[in-house]
Design a protein around this ligand. Structure first.
Ligand SMILES: [Zn+2]
Length: 505
């Protein structure tokens, strides 16, 4: 035997020994704890080895105000590796919660989503994002020994587009028997204002993220990304996902980006490019509203169709890109306000991409919030700043009932308190969803790459899982994943923010 063969044999013996110990141990508490100790030792050794990886040197994480801040820096594979490694526990946890929801609503197994990721999405993903996604897998595996592979991570990144856009399109095309009633989501309340509307005449942008509390409570990452190519980005996001995905971000060239999702959108192009890739690419590379629009239109697949609210702090101009699949429209102004609460307004988009949407129903969540934005923004014309935006994101005025009542029709959504739910999104009565966090920034802050963010309901209210599940057993399937969502304080974050030693991990 030469040296390397001897080493290999020794390793095999070590593994066999471990396996024997494992088998022998099953059943008896003493040996079980010996097994646990061995597994922990191996895990610790793996983590130690991975932590010395030079790719991790420029990266860090800390926790503040209920958020996890991560700084990622380098070429695409390196940024991915840092992401996968630093957020490994949160990715495993988020993947479990999100994939359970995708399978539950569509009645499709995970293999279906993996196949869609591999065959439909992967070939159209730009090489640099393929490298970043593979990097996430590598970092995750180095840290935890995860079994997830790149197609799991791609399907997971597409969690806003595969279940609610691709699957309904496929069900219709294949005339799937007993197909579930899937509706595209209606996420978020947001606005962008400029000129005579704001206190300093410059852009103010704000957004709260509406989703189910199961996912929303995990939507608590602040990503500070310094990529090798393109602009520096600061955005909120979900662990394991390369785009902001609820979409609130700024880049170092002064582009400000948010959106709200178009309610009752229908359509999908299997030959298009995944939305999460286009959205990430646009934030990373666009230096203007025109460039942003061009990137979002390039390979538009119809997935996660949004009304994009944009600002360019260099020019003071704001814009709304209503991105349908069959139709789209871009509005822009240097003096105005553009709000969103999940309604389309271009006649062509309404007719061709959202044929079911009733723009005249004043009692629906999108339309009632649209009326409230108009009231609130008009009342505050010329006074709008970030502090006021924070208050607006927590607003509880119901324009349909004409009273204060936190529910599905208020800018700060609390659908768990509504006996109506939101029919347009197939959210049943008392659905555990609503506004899960909020963010705001303005032109001056964007110049310095700063945002403010609050985890949990922007009004500061808490959601408590245990009493909710006791009162609503119809949501019992979420029990393994649904957790308390307690509001944190409004917290400021900026690019390159130093690690806070007082915080754990
Ligand atoms: Zn609220």
């Amino acid at each position: 035997m030469n040296d390397s063969m001897r080493r290999a044999a020794a390793i095999v013996l070590l593994i066999l020994g471990g396996a024997a110990l494992w088998r022998a141990g099953s059943g008896t508490p003493a040996s079980a704890s010996a097994n646990d100790a061995m597994v922990a030792t191996i895990a610790a050794a793996r983590e130690r080895a991975a932590a010395n990886d030079p790719r991790l040197k420029p990266a860090w994480r800390f926790e503040e105000g209920g958020w996890i801040y991560v700084h990622l820096e380098g070429d695409p594979g390196t940024v991915g590796y840092q992401h996968g490694y630093l957020l490994a526990p949160e990715i495993e946890d988020g993947f479990a919660a999100v994939s359970a929801g995708m399978m539950h609503s569509t009645k499709r197994d995970w293999e279906f989503f993996r196949k869609a990721a591999q065959e439909m999405l992967w070939p159209k993903i730009d090489a640099e994002y393929q490298q970043e996604l593979q990097g996430i897998v590598d970092g995750l595996r180095a840290r935890t020994g995860s079994k997830l592979d790149v197609y799991d991570i791609v399907a997971f990144n597409a969690f806003e587009e595969l279940p609610d856009y691709y699957v309904p399109w496929l069900n219709k095309r294949e005339k799937t028997a007993n197909a579930p009633n899937l509706k595209s989501p209606g996420n978020c309340s947001a606005f962008v204002a400029t000129g005579s509307w704001t206190k300093d005449g410059q852009i103010v942008m704000a957004h709260n993220n509406w989703t189910n509390y199961k996912n929303g409570e995990r939507w608590r990452i602040v990503f500070d990304i310094a990529p090798k190519n393109g602009y520096r980005m600061l955005m909120d996001g979900f662990p394991g996902v390369i785009a902001s995905d609820d979409d609130f971000g700024i880049n170092s060239d002064g582009l400000m980006v948010t959106e709200t999702t178009i309610t009752q959108f229908e359509g999908w192009d299997p030959n298009g490019k995944a939305e999460f890739v286009r959205a990430r690419k646009a934030l990373q590379y666009a230096d203007s509203i025109d460039e942003y629009t061009k990137t979002m239109l390039d390979g538009n697949n119809g997935g996660y169709a949004n009304d994009w609210l944009l600002g360019d702090r260099k020019t003071g101009e704001i814009a709304q890109l209503e991105l349908g699949l069959k139709a789209y429209k871009l509005w822009r102004t240097n003096d105005g306000v553009l709000a969103g609460s999940n309604w389309a307004r271009d006649p062509k988009v309404l007719k061709e991409d959202t044929p079911q949407f009733d723009a005249n129903n004043k009692e629906s969540s999108p339309n009632a919030r649209r009326a409230r934005w108009e009231e609130l923004l008009n009342e505050n014309k010329g006074k709008i700043d970030v502090a006021l935006a924070e208050k607006m994101l927590g607003d509880h005025a119901d324009t349909a009932e004409k009273k204060e009542d936190a529910n599905e029709r208020t800018l700060c959504g609390h659908v768990d308190g509504s006996p109506r739910g939101v029919r347009e999104w197939d959210w049943q009565p008392y659905y555990p969803g609503g506004a899960v966090q909020g963010k705001a920034t303005d032109a001056a802050m964007t110049k310095e790459m700063r945002i403010v963010a609050r985890m949990g309901h922007p009004c500061g209210g808490d959601f408590l899982a245990k009493p909710f599940l006791a009162a609503h057993p119809e949501y019992a399937w979420q029990e393994p994943y649904l957790r308390d969502m307690k509001a944190g304080p409004w917290t400021e974050f900026h690019s390159g923010q130093a690690k806070k030693e007082k915080n754990k991990s």
